[in-house]
Ligand binder design. Structure first.
Ligand SMILES: Nc1ncnc2c1ncn2[C@@H]1O[C@H](COP(=O)(O)OP(=O)(O)OP(=O)(O)O)[C@@H](O)[C@H]1O
Ligand SMILES: [Mg+2]
Length: 230
């Protein structure tokens, strides 16, 4: 299984989502049955020139190994990722902010593509542009359709703010392809605190991570349910 986390816009939560998804699958997702049941073997491929995922790993206390592996592959990553998918149960790709040709090259090989977006007008417009660009390359995907879903991330403001729903409605109304997840992730400090320590949110104290964890799992579950072949 290959899961791409990609959007054209910077700072929307691509690396956070990739990093957290890799941790989620490696610590909570089992494969196999009976005596052969084990945790998923996960590789995070950092294809971003900024190397955020790799840098977070370097901030980590070396006595606490990550539950997944991280490798960098910046130029022409698609063939390497396809090969890795033969050895790993899940390959999560931090796509980084690439041009449309680079996005399309990776989008055609994934089983699931999650595109994080924030709620700002510029973020939403960029998401629409990306969906429009990917809408022209469906036929290059092995299933004839890129399994694209947008995740509204880092929603600011009070719990009863309508900003998240407004963003979902605006995107859904204009989207030429793909789905918008109804589960959203709020702006919570625990995300930044975890990254400072090179940790994933599941390692943070229960009281600090509870809400972020529940939001993340709800969003990821919705994405997998939206494209069950993943
Ligand atoms: N839900 C959230 N709540 C609070 N902070 C968040 C959340 N998601 C991400 N962040 C923070 O926002 C910043 C940008 O996130 P991240 O690096 O994941 O984005 P990105 O899309 O990968 O950015 P880039 O384009 O630079 O690669 C980071 O400091 C991260 O800790
Ligand atoms: Mg990043």
């Amino acid at each position: 299984m290959i899961i791409g986390i990609g959007a054209e816009k910077g700072g929307v939560g691509k690396s956070s989502t990739a990093w957290t998804l890799a941790a989620y699958l490696a610590t909570r997702q089992h494969v196999g049955e009976g005596k052969k049941k084990r945790l998923a073997k996960v590789m995070l491929v950092d294809t971003d020139t900024q190397r955020t995922s790799s840098k977070w790993g370097a901030l980590r206390d070396p006595s606490m190994p990550l539950p997944f592996r991280v490798m960098e592959k910046i130029s022409n990553p698609a063939p390497e990722i396809i090969k890795l998918a033969e050895d790993y149960d899940a390959v999560v790709v931090d796509v980084g902010a690439r041009d449309y040709a680079g996005l399309a090259d990776l989008a055609r090989i994934v089983d699931l593509w999650i595109a994080p977006t924030r709620v700002g007008q510029g973020d939403l417009m960029s998401s629409l542009e990306m969906a429009t660009a990917l809408n022209t390359v469906h036929s290059k995907h092995k299933n004839g359709h890129i399994p694209l879903c947008f995740l509204v991330n880092a929603v600011p403001g009070a719990w009863n703010s309508t900003e998240a729903q407004d963003a979902i409605d605006a995107l859904t109304a204009a989207l030429p392809t793909g789905k918008v997840l109804t589960s959203t992730i709020r702006d919570r400090r625990v995300w930044r605190d975890a990254h400072k320590l090179g940790k994933h949110i599941f390692e943070m104290p229960a009281a600090a991570r509870e809400k972020a964890e529940a939001e993340f799992i709800a969003a990821i579950s919705e994405a997998f349910n939206a494209y069950p072949q993943a």
